[in-house]
Design a protein around this ligand. Sequence first.
Ligand code: UDP
Ligand code: MG
Length: 155
Amino acid sequence: ATPNRIVASSEVEQTYIMIKPDGVQRGLVGEIISRFEKKGFLLKGLKLFQCPKDLAQEHYKDLKERPFFPNLIDYITSGPVVCMAWEGDGVVASARKLIGATNPLQAEPGTIRGDLAVQTGRNVVHGSDSPDNGKREIEGELAQWESVQTPWLIE
Ligand code: UDP
Ligand code: MG
């Protein structure tokens, strides 16, 4: 990429990554952020946030008929979460690989869930499952910046 080229954010793939309340309580915020930083994606937004119940229900609305839904909403609203927007070509699928399988016992070693969690109901992190959901799940203003690393990451 040409370093000075201005690219509208809407053209670039973005994913919504959320460190769940167990990740915050267990002191895993730095560790989890580090994995995305070290991979080479671009951090576009970050906040610590107490998710209200209605927003949690909206975020997980596709799962509202599932038996675990009430527990899931209690879990996600049980303490602050860390909300992040990460950007880069292929970031949605790559972040899902870095996160690992939904059930941490099935997640590969080396993935966040594979290394740091044991139960589906306490699986420490969320990642968008499609670029469209990435856009839908990110809200608020994102930082417009270019990392000095970009020319060393992208040919
Ligand atoms: N979940 C759960 N029990 C289940 C399936 C899912 O508690 O049997 C929770 C879990 O926290 C999971 C979230 O619901 O991360 C969303 O489920 P999804 O199938 O979208 O998994 P993900 O995309 O997070 O891997
Ligand atoms: Mg999902």
